[in-house]
Design a protein around this ligand. Sequence first.
Ligand code: GTQ
Length: 370
Amino acid sequence: MSHSDDVPGRARVGDTDELTAYYDRLGEHDAGALWTVANDIEPWYPQPKSVPVHWSYERLRPLVLESLDLVKADDAGRRVVMLVNPGRKDVSAAVGMLYTGLQIMGPGESMTAHRHQAAALRFVVEGQGAWTVVDGQKLAVGPGDFAITPNWTWHEHGNEGTDAPVIWQDGLDIPLVNAHDAGFYEVHPALHQEPGKIVNSSLLTHGAGTLRPYGFDDGWTKPYSPLLAYPWERSYAALLDAAKATEGSPYDGVMLEYSNPLTGGSVMPTMGAHLQLLRAGEATRAHRHTGSVVYNVAKGRGHSVIAGRRFDWKQGDIFCVPSWAWHEHANDDTGDDAVLFSFNDFPVMRSLAFWREESHPDNDGHQPAA
Ligand code: GTQ
């Protein structure tokens, strides 16, 4: 297929004084000529404004810690250093329609409850003692744990640790919600929820994965997972088990999706999340797909080649893959595995029938050397 626009079937009208005057007159009526923009608004293939970005945790962490003394958590609403894609500053997106940030809570801190149309998820990076109350349920989370705050659920966070701050990564679909002019926000009328007494009750009820509640708690009709927290230990153990039995995917290594245990589907309607293991020394092949991904290096060190650029990463680092960008990952440690956490907008791509995927055709499945 030709990607030149100067072909039959593509708009190829040159400017003349007569046409320019005509466009001006259309503009006066809040109208325009499609052929002046057709090739831009209907590209041959996706043209993301987002670029691949790597955020070094080592370099960002001191700045995140600095915010502890600069603003009170509750004055800020949430004390978060957001990660902004240079091509998406206008919508505060990390990549595509996804927002991400590093939230820090000092020992003993807590914040008020609110809810919003945007759905949120958390991946804990460091610190003991973090909790969040989601629709009246208290979740206790530690490093490597993944938790969800589905849209319009009340939530408030805190750190009941005594000596060290907690830093977790937030992922939200804020840009998506705003692109659809669908944003709502409410502060809890009592400022705080009254949590039930059982901590992590969704994990106790729904955390067995293949064993489902029978005859109780089975009237769940909400469009998101009844399981709100996914602890690191179980998730990592599941990866190690799967790695004993399968080679995994040529593009992603051994990758598991955090799923709604009642449906097997994504945890929320707008965002999905994965945990993937790259064996010692493993390098994947390149592929590309619609949909954007934000990664957090949960364990190990390695590099990814994204749209032809090489990014070296280690634990705590965050990086993103824009839609339709070629990407491949490598574990550069030959003695230990590497684990990547990631979240994405694949559920949106799939439910709107936008999903496309292809493998790299050249160089044995790799991008040209970066
Ligand atoms: O935890 O409620 O990073 O509402 C951005 C917006 C976190 C939250 C963010 C939010 C939150």
